[in-house]
Write a protein that binds this ligand. Sequence first.
Ligand SMILES: Cc1ncc(COP(=O)(O)O)c(C=O)c1O
Length: 410
Amino acid sequence: MTINATVKEAGFQPASRISSIGVSEILKIGARAAAMKREGKPVIILGAGEPDFDTPEHVKQAASDAIHRGETKYTALDGTPELKKAIREKFQRENGLAYELDEITVATGAKQILFNAMMAALDPGDEVIIPTPYWTSYSDIVQICEGKPVLIACDASSGFRLTAEKLEAAITPRTRWVLLNSPSNPSGAAYSAADYRPLLEVLLRHPHVWLLVDDMYEHIVYDGFRFVTPAQLEPGLKNRTLTVNGVSKAYAMTGWRIGYAGGPRELIKAMAVVQSQATSCPSSISQAASVAALNGPQDFLKERTESFQRRRDLVVNGLNAIDGLDCRVPEGAFYTFAGCAGVLGKVTPSGKRIETDTDFCAYLLEDAHVAVVPGSAFGLSPFFRISYATSEAELKEALERIAAACERLS
Ligand SMILES: Cc1ncc(COP(=O)(O)O)c(C=O)c1O
């Protein structure tokens, strides 16, 4: 058989399910900031979504012990019995939620939990309601799974929270899921029981809609805020709610890659099918470490949260003292999401007009050497996100630089 010389080798063509997804704005800014640092510029990066604390010592020790016990093999597909039991206890103790072990799943980070859930549940074109500002991965994961993100703008006037009216208006016969995240990345806004109640009433009226709640920042709440999760608040929704959580943020374990969820058995089973062909199981060592995190002492969480609260106050007060910026006080997580409408239309010393939050963040990076992320990356403008999981000294320096940069605008 001869090969037709006119047939050309095909260049790489991304699949349509990922072609509309670009490299995230956060990664682009991070790369630019890192390049500037390499050039010797004193860049302060306030973009990272991870605590600056270390993983607790007893958790590291549990991982080391697991290695030396020989727990270095594949584990049960969606979590070891020991970890599932620790998660069952956690849900019962902290959330008043009773899940059986086969209603619990463990994955390589909460991100994979979300991916497994969407992959397991979405048919092409199924709609997923996502209030904005949102954690960027939500809409990208939905798109990769060939679903349709339905983005609903929730601005500062509603505390960046979804309202019952907006939720009701967004639901169609194609709606499969609503994704809620409290406290939120990027806004830090959290839903109290009273905030959740009207939304849950809407969902009770639409039995075809499932709820995914991302409780990743549950432990990082301020001013005595009382965290609640919907399946606890409205047992009538528990059989169509996936309650997602993980050890990454609370226990400073982002690199260990363990997330988990409780939800209806049939969904959990379908998620395991996805995981079985993606990773086979989460890391055995990280699972042993997570057992120690969930079963071990919890008192350091309070101390760390108090430290985050001091930094939140520093950043919120610092930003609100700057002409043109406006920052709501977040209830939780370690982010502020400040409005920058007041600087739009102004001109930088080099003569560039600031038209958007992306322009403003580019100006802060180039002129003040402070890396922050524009609201557009999270689906709501004109805002910018600061991650304050860094030292108070660095935060103070960054705030001074931002204030000086804003003063240089005309
Ligand atoms: C809201 C939210 N959910 C989930 C995750 C993912 O966590 P994990 O490290 O467990 O994948 C993040 C990480 O930034 C997050 O901000």
